[in-house]
Ligand binder design. Sequence first.
Ligand code: ZN
Length: 240
Amino acid sequence: MIPVTGGHVDLSLLHPRFKERLNHFFADGRIANKVKVVSACRSYAAQKWLYDRYKAGKGNLAANPDWLRPDGFFRGSFHQEQPDGFSYAVDLRITKWNGISQKSVTEVARRYGIRPTVRGEWWHFQPRDADGWFPCNAYPDTKQADAKTDWDQITLAVTGVGRRIALSPLRRGSRGDDVRVVQNRLNALDFNCGNPDGVFGRKTRRAVKGLQRACLLVVDGVVGANSWVAMWKPEVPNGL
Ligand SMILES: [Zn+2]
């Protein structure tokens, strides 16, 4: 269980491997019941709102949501949903101060492969940066990854979704994480399906049809094996 300070804290887009690390971290006797997540993932719109406020001189330093690394992976803040559909940052707060300090929290977190990455923000933790995942020594983590094998991990996860989709195509009315992955991917390709809420509705169907038209596939608005594969081809046409 990942404890949060309130219902507004959104954990839904955190990468599963990051969630696993957080689960282990919060189960650690030195941390349990003393630390909570105060902020996690942000939609593009939320990040844009923060950035615009910052630019207008009204809010704290916030990353530009449109800033894009040349490799296309990192976009804006790591709190923000990345092109792979996941986000990779949480802000922690100490809620009980007995026998604990910012330094000790950081030391424990580091053992679980979660590190502060922003100078002057002790509370901001990530499981990775743009170059790859941080090592995790506290428990046998899934395969340690450099930037290259990290892409293998992503490919593996994507392949898993593809296998499920080939067996049971996603269509209007489908729900769940696989739908969310598809929605995130369509949005990343600028086939806009709105808020990636995991519900395959009219907007998602329209976006799927747009992709199918652009890729010269049968235009039925159903995501089966062909549409799924097309979505991940490097030469897929842009929806704009
Ligand atoms: Zn942060």
